[in-house]
Write a protein that binds this ligand. Structure first.
Ligand code: DLL
Length: 444
């Protein structure tokens, strides 16, 4: 990409700052955060005091790996507001995610936190090539989920026009895309496929009625194979955006359209570490580990070394786009979604990579962990494309899966429309089958 076509950064001073200069600012912000936590006297402040800290001045940036960690269970035990570092009257919004067992993980924002969040999402949009004259079709869900409102505020901060369509009602989305000709699409990657198919059915094709240049997809894991599928279907550059409610929502990290090979972490606000998911010890750059974030500038809910459960690798250096922010790889799995099948560790993303590399298969699949016998089996139920005359023989697919995973997996090809479609939100790709009715009809 030539310099004159390089999209402008939203915050060039911060995004392309020399690393050593940024480290100075990070240390300053970390110390101030520790002072705020100690003063607030909540769970995190007490842990710091127990670790012998009396002031932020006691720590240097390099001490971060030795500071106490914070877990999702801490947010649950302090539900709803015991972890706030500001008076409740300073909180202007709450968001959250549905936790397991229906327990929401609730997070809170001050006015300054919302401004910070808008800026982080504006950075992500600008990194995708969006600008003031852009029209952003925002099909992330609006509500307690952070996706919709986070991107919404980011688009406004950038000065673009946002279409707050939220998720679902796909035929209305098709009409709006036809009439308003957005250049940027934001939604989950699984919904991008659903929308792409609906647009194609309505006769809207890349270059013929569709003007979307880039899509910013996240909130669930997706592979490069799915990226290729989305790009082909919608004729756009498919970029990854990562975030979690606890840290701020979308905008923790995002890919740039220039390199599109990893997500720039906004580490001037969110310090990032990759640690061994079992021991918690730091892993070297380039090695997959569990991401741990420290929100050094957030007011309402500052989190010290928050363990995300998300697995990715970090990479440093200056990107072709000019950003010096550390990059994280795509999330390759979660600490807790790793399946252990007959002693072999399997991440659903590894299976997805094999399935989506096969052109005769559609992007919808369900992995079924058959737990009816003592030795669990993994079944990969994949839809074949309706227009594919000869789907791949299941034996061939099984050989590829065995080669990639070191495990025998039973491949079951099913007609399009068999795997339950998600209408909006996050796709469910794994089902357990402890007994009783099978998760998909016809399995035995
Ligand atoms: O999913 C925030 C978000 C909204 C991110 C829109 C991107 C776009 P939560 O609902 O709290 O927040 O879920 C956070 O979703 O810990 C990851 O496991 C997963 N996740 C989020 N983005 C990605 C991604 C939002 N790009 C949890 N790739 C996180 C893989 C992702 N997983």
């Amino acid at each position: 990409m030539t310099a004159d076509r390089m999209p402008a950064m939203f915050d060039p001073g911060a995004e392309s700052m020399p690393e050593d200069q940024r480290a100075g600012l990070q240390q300053h912000a970390l110390r101030a955060m520790i002072d705020r936590l100690l003063a607030a006297g909540g769970l995190q402040g007490r842990r710091l005091a127990e670790a012998g800290l009396t002031s932020g001045a006691d720590v240097a940036l390099g001490d971060l790996p030795r500071l106490p960690m914070t877990l999702k269970t801490d947010l649950w035990s302090q539900y709803p507001f015991q972890m706030l570092a500001v008076p409740l009257s300073d909180v202007v919004a709450v968001h959250g995610s549905s936790g397991t067992g229906g327990r929401p993980t609730l997070v809170a924002y001050t006015r300054a936190d919302l401004q910070l969040w808008a800026r982080m999402c504006a950075r992500a949009l600008a990194a995708a090539g969006a600008a003031r004259d852009s029209v952003v079709h925002n099909a992330y869900g609006y509500g307690l989920f952070t996706g919709g409102l986070g991107i919404h505020q980011g688009a406004i901060e950038l000065g673009a026009t946002v279409i707050p369509v939220s998720g679902g009602m796909t035929s209305r989305q098709v009409t709006l895309i036809r009439d308003l000709r957005p250049d940027i699409l934001t939604c989950t990657p699984s919904y991008a496929i659903r929308l792409g198919e609906a647009l194609a059915e309505a006769g809207l094709k890349p270059g013929d009625g569709l003007a979307i240049r880039a899509g910013i997809f996240g909130a669930e894991p997706w592979t490069d194979a799915l990226r290729a599928r989305i790009e082909e279907l919608l004729g756009l550059r498919a970029l990854d955006i990562y975030g979690l409610s606890e840290i701020i929502g979308p905008g923790v990290a995002a890919e740039c359209v220039v390199a599109a090979d990893g997500l720039h972490v906004n580490e001037d606000h969110f310090l990032v570490e990759a640690v061994d998911p079992v021991t918690g010890a730091p892993v070297p750059d380039g090695t997959a580990g569990e991401l741990v974030f420290t929100t050094v500038t957030k007011e309402a809910l500052p989190l010290l070394r928050y363990r995300t459960g998300d697995i990715a690798a970090l990479r440093r250096g200056t990107c072709a786009c000019g950003r010096t922010l550390v990059k994280m790889s795509k999330v390759t799995g979660r600490r807790d979604d790793m399946l252990v099948i007959r002693g072999v560790n399997v991440y659903p993303s590894e299976v997805e990579r094999v399935l989506l590399a096969e052109p005769s298969l559609a992007p919808d699949y369900l992995l079924v962990v058959d737990e009816r016998a003592a030795q669990a089996r993994l079944l990969a139920c994949c839809e074949y494309k309706t227009d594919s005359p000869l789907p791949v023989p299941s034996g061939e697919l099984e050989a590829r899966l065995r080669e990639a995973l070191g495990l025998s997996v039973q491949a079951i090809l099913v007609p399009a429309g068999t795997v339950p479609r998600i209408e909006v939100g996050k796709a469910v790709r794994v089902a357990r089958w402890p007994g009783g009715d099978p998760p998909l009809p016809g399995l035995s």
